[in-house]
Design a binder for this molecule. Sequence first.
Ligand SMILES: [Zn+2]
Length: 197
Amino acid sequence: MNYPACFEELVECFKMLPGIGNKGAERMAYHVLSMDEQQVQRFSEALIDFKTNIQYCKICGHICEGEVCDICQDTTRDQTTICVVESPKDVFAMEKLKEYHGLYHVLHGTMSIMDGKTIEDLNINSLFERLNDNIKEVIIATNPTREGETTALFLAKLLAKQNIPATRIANGLPIGSNLDYADELTLLKSLEGRKKI
Ligand SMILES: [Zn+2]
C-alpha cells in the first residue's frame, strides 16, 4: 500500500535537506502528524519568512536581514583587518571564538576544477573594491581542503600585486576539514598561528 500523496510529498521535501534519507524523512513526516496545527503553521511560516527576508550583505556577502550585516555596520570593530572565509557558516564559527574583532568577506565557495568553478565565480570583485590604505591585513581563512588551499594561493597572489599584506591561518586544522566543524580551541590556535602568505 502506498502512502497518501501528501505524505509522499512531505517525505520528498524532507529528503531535500542534507543528510536526510528516506527513513529519516519518513520519521519526520510521522512526527509532523503528531504536531498540533499551530506548530506546523509556525514551521511553514518560518521557512517562507527565512527565504523571503534573508539576503547577502552587499559589502561582505554574509547573510543578513537588511542590506548590510551587523558586522559591517559595527563601527567599533577593527576596520583594518578583513578575514576571508568560504561561507557564512565560517563567519559564525569565527564569531563564536570571541577573539577576532575585524571584518569579514564571504567568498561563497572556492575555486574548483571538478565543479568548473573559477575565481570569477566567487564573491571576489567586491573584496578588491573594499581594499584601501586602511586595510592592514587580509586573513585568508578558506578551509584546509585542496580547493581551499588553491583559492588561498590565488587570492594571495592577487593581494600581493596590490601590496596588501595577507596571512593564511595555520595548519592546525586537519587537512580536508571545514572551519565550522573544527573545535574552538583548534580554530583559535589556527587563527593565532597565522603566517604571512
Ligand atoms: Zn557585511
